[in-house]
Write a protein that binds this ligand. Structure first.
Ligand SMILES: Nc1ncnc2c1ncn2[C@@H]1O[C@H](COP(=O)(O)OP(=O)(O)OP(=O)(O)O)[C@@H](O)[C@H]1O
Length: 342
């Protein structure tokens, strides 16, 4: 059974449909990224799950228990869901320990103190329990927010853009550490981001939203290498799009010549469409008789990003051959892979 099931959900603001027939599942102990452009409805979905927003159609079910439907909305405080907002919403007049213990007021005092100490150690804030929030760095405040949300053992954790206020230098490290904390506590979580890098680094699975619907969900690799639409392909990273005609079960005719797919194509022969080639799916070789010319080169450490012109077509190519200079003629070929065509 899924941990969380969302079925054909619709939500509105003042009569305007924001979420529309949205369906999504979350497995036990899974971390899911809700990814999508600004305004697509990510925060609205999080608010609906938390019970901060009514639903006009569909259903939200957690651990088999209906939380929201047009007929019934279980109050937020009865859902057992922890929410971490973008600004962490910590209490400035309380210390770290008091913030973490905020949701434990009904607990036995000694038990609550022990739990607070456990959480302080878990998020590595030892020695800072008596500090006030403004005496902490952004990353430390984030840790307090995580500790406060986890202290009362929520059934589900929701995080809204949790890393957007964190300095990019420490963001990667903090993401890895918080992911490890959620894993160690067996927490199921949904986090909102508009950054694919964050989604790739922090989640087990992604759901990409567009105009209030999930357009594709799955592992990062699936969305990246088998995008269901051009919108998904573009959102997850740049690529080259070539006019193409299906020439056989595995062959596509393109301005670069015939390219062979590692698996059978979904389209029938003669179908005309657009072929996606990611920059790293193309290979370059210096060749004075080659069809391509290097126009630009950007060094990036272990690889170079090149702009290559082949006839009238401009291609972005990421190559481990870092020594090619502008003006160099090159041979260009698609590396063997399963082709994606729209
Ligand atoms: N309180 C509100 N009243 C009316 N419309 C709202 C309200 N909050 C959000 N909206 C609208 O709902 C849509 C979805 O907003 P939402 O905040 O869910 O998007 P988002 O995907 O989280 O965007 P972002 O990445 O910019 O935070 C937007 O068109 C927004 O203008």
């Amino acid at each position: 059974m899924s941990k969380l099931q969302i079925q054909a959900l619709a939500c509105e603001y003042q009569g305007k449909t924001i979420l529309n027939e949205l369906s999504l599942d979350l497995a036990e102990n899974e971390i899911l990224a809700l990814l999508g452009p600004s305004g697509c409805g990510k925060t609205t979905l999080l608010r609906a799950i938390a019970g901060l927003m009514s639903v006009s159609q569909g259903e939200i079910v957690l651990d088999g228990e209906p939380l929201s439907s047009p007929q019934r909305v279980l109050p937020t405080e009865q859902r057992g869901i922890g929410v971490i907002f973008q600004d962490y919403a910590l209490f400035p007049h309380l210390t770290v320990a008091e913030n973490i213990g905020f949701g434990l007021k009904a607990w036995d005092k000694a038990k609550a103190q022990a739990r607070i100490a456990e959480m302080v150690a878990l998020v590595k804030l030892d020695g800072l329990a008596d500090r006030y929030i403004h005496q902490l760095s952004g990353g430390q405040q984030q840790r307090v927010a995580i500790a406060r949300a986890l202290a009362y053992q929520p059934r589900l954790l929701l995080l809204d853009e949790p890393f957007s206020n964190i300095d990019s230098q420490v963001r990667g490290e903090l993401m890895a550490e918080i992911r490890q904390i959620l894993r160690s506590q067996g927490v199921s979580a949904i986090f909102v981001t508009h950054s694919k890098e964050e989604a790739f680094a922090f989640s087990d699975r992604l759901a990409l939203l567009h105009e209030g619907k999930v357009v594709q969900s799955g592992r990062a690799e699936e969305l990246y290498y088998r995008p269901a639409s051009r919108f998904v392909a573009d959102f997850l990273g740049g690529g080259n799009y070539l006019d193409a005609t299906v020439a056989g079960s595995h062959e596509v005719s393109t301005p670069l010549g015939v390219i062979t797919s590692a698996s059978a194509l979904r389209h029938r022969p003669e179908h005309q469409g657009i072929l996606l080639l990611r920059p790293q799916q193309l290979a370059l070789e210096a060749d004075n008789n080659g069809d391509g010319v290097v126009m630009e080169r950007r060094f990036a450490g272990t690889y170079c990003d090149y702009q290559v012109k082949v006839g009238l077509v401009d291609l972005a190519v990421r190559s481990g051959h870092i020594g090619l200079e502008p003006g160099q003629r090159v041979a260009i070929a698609a590396l063997p892979h399963s082709l994606v065509m729209f």
